[in-house]
Design a protein around this ligand. Structure first.
Ligand code: SER
Length: 262
């Protein structure tokens, strides 16, 4: 697939699941605490906070968002040029639920797109779930619900969930736009790109180009307040972000994996 076909395939997939395709917002965000737009969810902050009514029916959207992470909480500047998978500018493909579907559908559809539409080899896929480190003061609880949904997926294809699901604390598995704003536990999908694809999760979040995160599924449940506390939001939401260039590089350089899978 060409990059245009990959982008279209993502948007068409979520359109078929009732999402409205919306345009990318400007790189100059409305939020006072952001230098540049750093995620697809930026334009939807007033909806997450309940300050603006969701204009989509059903309350779902999908898009590809122009992003720059060159400062603030998500600063990739030190990584650009040092590794193969961080860029000064990138596109983030995403799907959103505004008080509509939650973890089950988000995980079901991520699995369906990756394994059934794009045919990523399941044995190379790892999912991470939020497991707070209470000694560090991490908020909220272990995300058992997300763990169970992923476990069902891996078990259905004969893989061991205890190997293919990796726990992460607030640093890797609790997504915040900035120091304040909508946030929540997240589940990421990582792909093992080693020749044999048998690293059993050991390279997940280890800073290796041989196993990279391609998709982050955030379950927005809280607002982070300026005093460091977290308040539950009136409704729960889904905010996902996929690294478009990363996915293109994987699909195109592996020619859908025959090179890696033999
Ligand atoms: N907002 C999340 C992220 O940027 C998911 O899109 O990773």
């Amino acid at each position: 697939m060409t990059s245009q076909e990959i982008r279209k395939s993502f948007l068409d997939f979520f359109k078929s699941k009732g999402h409205t395709i919306v345009p990318s917002s400007s790189l100059m965000p409305d939020s006072p605490n952001l230098l540049f737009t750093n995620a697809g969810m930026n334009q939807f902050v007033p909806i997450f906070l309940g300050e603006q009514k969701c204009p989509y029916d059903p309350a779902r959207a999908t898009d590809t968002q122009k992003c720059i992470r060159a400062g603030g909480k998500h600063n990739d500047l030190e990584d650009v040029g040092m590794d193969t998978y961080h860029h000064t500018f990138f596109e983030m493909l995403g799907n959103w639920s505004f008080g509509d579907y939650f973890k089950k559908e988000a995980i079901d559809w991520a699995w369906e797109l990756l394994t059934e539409v794009w045919k990523f080899p399941v044995n190379r896929m790892y999912a991470t779930v939020y497991s707070p480190d209470k000694s560090l003061g991490d908020p909220s609880e272990f995300d058992q619900e997300a763990w169970n949904f992923w476990a069902e997926k891996f078990t259905s294809v004969g893989l061991d969930p205890s190997i293919h699901i990796v726990n992460g604390n607030k640093k890797d598995n609790f997504w915040m736009m900035g120091d304040t704003g909508p946030c929540g536990p997240c589940s990421e999908v990582h792909i093992d790109l080693t020749p044999d694809g048998d690293t059993r999760g050991s390279l997940v979040n280890a800073g290796s180009a041989q196993c990279i995160e391609i998709w982050n599924l955030v379950f927005i449940q809280f607002n982070a307040n300026a005093d460091g506390t977290f308040s539950p939001l009136p409704a729960t939401h889904v905010d996902t972000g996929m690294g478009f260039e990363r996915v293109c590089s994987i699909i195109q350089n592996t020619r859908n994996f025959p090179v890696l899978t033999g």
